[in-house]
Write a protein that binds this ligand. Structure first.
Ligand code: SF4
Length: 921
């Protein structure tokens, strides 16, 4: 019989127990928890009771508590597919009586070689307490059907068969009326896990349905990097930083967000490297830097252009690098600001054949397109007269001349005025950049800035002027991922053992032949980019802008001129229409069609109400009322899943086998084993897709449908859908998929050649071998070797391979008429428009210390580390002026929306800056 104390529930405690009573109860509960797994009576409901302090367990003394902690039935490999960076930390997961009891970091991430630090200990507080999430109150454990209004939170529990039938009927009915665009998969995040991510894309690709691109939709796309080098898949391993002289970190806060590898920063400092941290707030990472650059919010471009100004003024730039690797020697017409092109200059030839002035030959000569090698010397300065095919004479000059004139606007004094940094500091950093090996890191925060592209282009220009890429110790990060084992699982038609990969080899060969016929100077990288575009089309992945604009009500936001760059001459709609008319975007990218209203939306590992700015209002107001079925597959109830009609419960990490992607920062694969059965009736996602594809066939047949039309006008058969999904039964479970992933990884060279599934289970954590055979190796442009640090872009320097840009060089001059019109044909600083109206504070964000992705924020262990609710960080003087005290609830609003948050007062925040870290994503 329980005593009175232990009859009190957690809710009652919160409701009004005295501090003493609370401590008594929680103390008893806590000790009971430590013992609970050890008495042989453990069950998940038992653990729930213990958390609620509804029961106790006898124990002898503290020694028995300690000893019993080290008792278990099984130990498995674990990791977390959070898409945390770097992620793929290896854990041992301890299981007793079917309950995951705790996890422990594994120190197997050795140094690449004896000259570099190792990666251990890998892990963060979120991963070290992840098992709490599994038994958290937010878990979705059973299929649920909405019984109240959408978003009201009223549900009934239903069977899997009922749930799948309802979903399948909605899809089949929509396909009968509207074809494949009636069903939309909205941007699943990789934190779903590699198998589940591949599976959902495999299923929707077989159905022919569209899916907006995730990275763009959530603002994880480095546009400025893409504009400059034609790719965003670059990066380096953390030990590459040890080969630098100076580390420059911007838009990031590694002590919060890169916890497992933050020690590399510290080790670099011990090794004599200098660390420079750019951030408006004196963030916890900046505290440990040699130099903190406290620039004003959103003014990074001004700072970097000030740095470039000094480098150019002092002529401390690397001319050979600029001539060969960048477009700075490309000739530009002075009359219209456009590149000199072969069709207008010679009256024949390719429009994208551009020119240098060769000082050795004393003539204007074509810039090689197939190589960066040049048998001459490109002029970087001067101006030259040329006669066009039309007979007109125009003056041309290397684009560097234009850049030099642009930089006159950014003397250290002028730039300092714009960005709030002392001119002396700008000069000091410019001299370091010009004379030292610099490794930079641009956090994804820049990708979420309105003018983040200009900020990235300006930073890259400083690196381009000084030759700071493609060499040991240099570079910046992007998405350099050995990922073929996940991506190919989306489209493989036959197992690797039966020649499944041959199809891709043949397709790529045919594509290469065709592209070489069109352009004999096309590069391997450009061929692989075209292959990826083909794959993207197969998967139905589309730019999200059309989805948001046409179907989710974002037109109103995009066309609000007051919230846009004031130099924008036309409305967003006018630009978009022109782009479509010009064929820059094609109908297969504008899906679902603007004139079609989708019926069915699948949300999995995606929370658009939180992740997409404006989503919390626009989705419920504009999109949801049009939909006949919203269904979600989730491990936990999210803000968006709350609006679903059907919610299906998914297994979480440790409840299913998986292998997440590896990132270049920490190039290792981690295996996740199933440690315990999923909670309630949750299922591993691949098994959900397997069951659903069967159900779709069954429902279609029962309704008399044999086929449906896809977006491209092809008829697809319902019959056989499940066989195609499972490769005729080859892929039925997550274990089957992980086996196939290993087969793909070994066959493509991304994983060690002697690796087998059994060996992977034995090792648990093993190094990336290479970037594989596909597009990624061409894009990162360097071999990866497990025994040395990795950095990107080397082959552009050593093999003289061109970049996948219009000029085939790193491109700082964008002569597109829109860019010229906006003044952005060269990097420049523009203040952030007053999106949301003219208000005094600027809000910045980021990931909080307690959560890489916010799924961890509400679990008990991490709740202890923060205030347990969203907070707003505000400068102490601002708070004093407004009469705000620490812990007060404050209202935050603009013309669009408002919220109430608890104030956290901090002098580390700049005046008129407020920080709200991501609460839920
Ligand atoms: Fe590592 Fe991510 Fe797990 Fe943290 S949550 S331990 S960073 S894999």
């Amino acid at each position: 019989m329980m005593d009175k104390q232990n009859e009190i529930t957690a809710g009652e405690m919160a409701a009004g127990l005295s501090r003493r009573e609370f401590l008594q109860v929680s103390g008893a509960g806590g000790l009971s928890l430590s013992l609970a797994g050890l008495g042989g009576t453990l069950s998940s409901s038992f653990v729930g009771d213990v958390f609620a302090a509804a029961t106790t367990v006898d124990y002898q003394n503290s020694e028995s508590v300690y000893r019993d902690l080290w008792s278990w039935d099984a130990v498995t490999w674990g990791s977390h597919s959070n898409a945390c960076m770097p992620g793929s930390c290896a854990f041992r997961v301890y299981v007793k009586d079917g309950i995951i009891w705790r996890e422990e970091q594994v120190a197997r991430a050795d140094a690449s070689n004896e000259n570099y630090p190792d990666y251990n200990p890998l892990g963060c507080q979120k991963g070290c307490s992840f098992s709490n999430n599994i038994y958290g109150e937010e878990r979705v454990k059973y299929p649920l059907r909405r019984v109240g209004e959408r978003g009201e939170g009223k549900w009934e529990r239903i069977s899997w068969d009922e749930a799948l039938t309802a979903v399948a009927e909605s899809i089949v009915d929509s396909f009968a009326e509207k074809g494949s665009d009636g069903f939309v998969l909205d941007a699943p995040h990789m934190h779903i896990g590699g198998v589940a991510w591949a599976g959902v894309h495999r299923m929707t690709a077989l159905l022919g349905s569209p899916c907006p691109d995730l990275n763009v939709e959530i603002g994880d796309f480095y546009k400025g990097m893409f504009d400059t080098i034609g790719k965003m898949h670059t990066g380096y391993s953390c030990d590459n930083m040890m080969d630098a002289d100076v580390l420059i970190m911007t838009h990031t806060n590694w002590s919060y967000t890169m916890t497992p590898v933050y020690h590399f920063i510290v080790e670099a400092r011990y090794a004599g490297k200098e660390v420079i941290w750019l951030s408006p707030d004196y963030n916890p990472s900046a505290v440990a830097a040699d130099i903190h650059v406290p620039l004003k919010v959103g003014t990074d471009a001004a700072f970097w252009l000030g740095v470039c100004n000094v480098i150019v003024a002092e002529r401390s730039y690397d001319e050979a690098f600029m001539r060969e690797q960048t477009d700075m020697a490309m000739l530009v017409r002075k009359d219209n600001g456009r590149f000199l092109r072969a069709d207008e200059y010679l009256g024949e030839g390719r429009e994208d054949q551009l020119f240098f002035y060769d000082t050795k030959a004393g003539a204007v000569v074509p810039a090689p397109r197939a190589t960066l090698a040049f048998d001459g010397e490109q002029a970087l300065e001067g101006s030259f007269e040329v006669t066009l095919a039309s007979g007109e004479t125009v003056t041309v000059e290397p684009s560097f001349e234009q850049l030099k004139r642009r930089l006159l606007d950014y003397t250290p004094e002028k730039a300092g005025e714009m960005c709030g940094v002392h001119p002396g500091l700008i000069e000091e950093i410019a001299r370091k950049v010009a004379t030292k090996v610099v490794c930079s890191y641009i956090g994804l925060n820049s990708a979420k800035n309105y003018h983040g592209d200009l900020q990235e282009r300006s930073l890259l220009m400083a690196m381009g002027l000084t030759g700071n890429w493609g060499k040991p110790g240099t570079g910046w990060n992007g998405w350099a991922l050995p990922i073929e084992h996940v991506e190919l699982l989306t489209i493989l038609q036959k197992p690797v053992a039966e020649g499944g990969l041959e199809m891709f080899g043949q397709m790529e060969h045919q594509l290469a032949e065709q592209l070489r016929a069109e352009d004999p100077e096309i590069t391997e990288e450009l061929i692989s980019v075209r292959a990826v575009q083909g794959m993207t089309k197969m998967l139905g992945m589309v730019p999200p802008v059309f989805w948001l604009y046409n179907h989710c009500g974002f037109k109103e936001l995009y066309d609000n001129d007051a919230w846009q760059d004031p130099e924008q001459k036309q409305s967003f709609s006018a630009y978009m229409e022109e782009a479509i008319k010009e064929g820059w975007w094609t109908p297969d990218q504008i899906r679902p069609s603007p004139d079609l209203t989708p019926d069915v939306l699948l949300l999995i590992s995606h929370n658009p109400l939180r992740r997409i700015r404006g989503g919390a209002i626009k989705y419920p107001q504009e999109l949801f009322p049009k939909l006949k079925m919203i269904w979600a597959v989730e491990v936990r109830m999210s803000s968006s899943a709350m609006f679903a009609d059907i919610v299906l419960p998914a297994a979480w990490y440790y409840e299913k086998e998986d292998m997440p992607y590896a990132a270049s920062q920490m190039p290792r694969y981690a295996l996740i084993e199933q440690a315990a059965k999923p909670q309630g009736e949750a299922l591993p996602e691949w098994e959900i897709w397997d069951a659903l594809t069967q159900k779709l066939e069954e429902v279609a047949a029962s309704k008399g449908y044999t086929e449906y039309g896809d977006f491209f006008g092809q008829q697809r058969q319902w019959a056989g859908l499940n066989d195609r999904f499972t490769m005729n039964g080859h892929l039925k479970t997550h274990s089957d998929c992980v086996k196939e992933m290993v087969a793909i990884g070994v066959a493509t060279g991304g994983m060690p050649p002697d690796l087998t599934y059994e060996k992977a289970k034995e090792l648990g954590h093993f190094p990336v071998q290479s970037f594989g055979q596909g597009f990624m190796k061409h894009i990162v442009a360097n071999e990866h070797s497990p025994d040395k640090p990795f950095y990107s872009l080397k082959w552009h320097l050593t093999k003289k391979l061109p970049y996948p840009t219009y000029t085939r060089r790193a491109q700082f001059y964008l002569d597109h008429p829109w860019y010229i019109e906006a003044g952005e044909h060269m990097p420049m600083f523009k203040p952030t428009p007053k999106i949301g109206g003219d208000h005094p504070f600027q809000i910045t964000g980021g990931h909080p210390r307690h959560s890489v992705h916010s799924m961890h924020l509400t679990q008990k262990s991490t709740m202890r580390l923060h205030r347990g609710q969203p907070v707003i960080h505000i400068n102490d003087r601002d708070a004093m002026e407004l009469g705000i005290s620490n812990g007060d609830m404050v209202k935050l609003w603009n013309d669009y929306s408002d919220s109430e948050l608890m104030a956290k007062i901090s002098p580390q925040v700049q005046p008129k800056q407020v920080i709200v870290y991501v609460w839920e994503s």
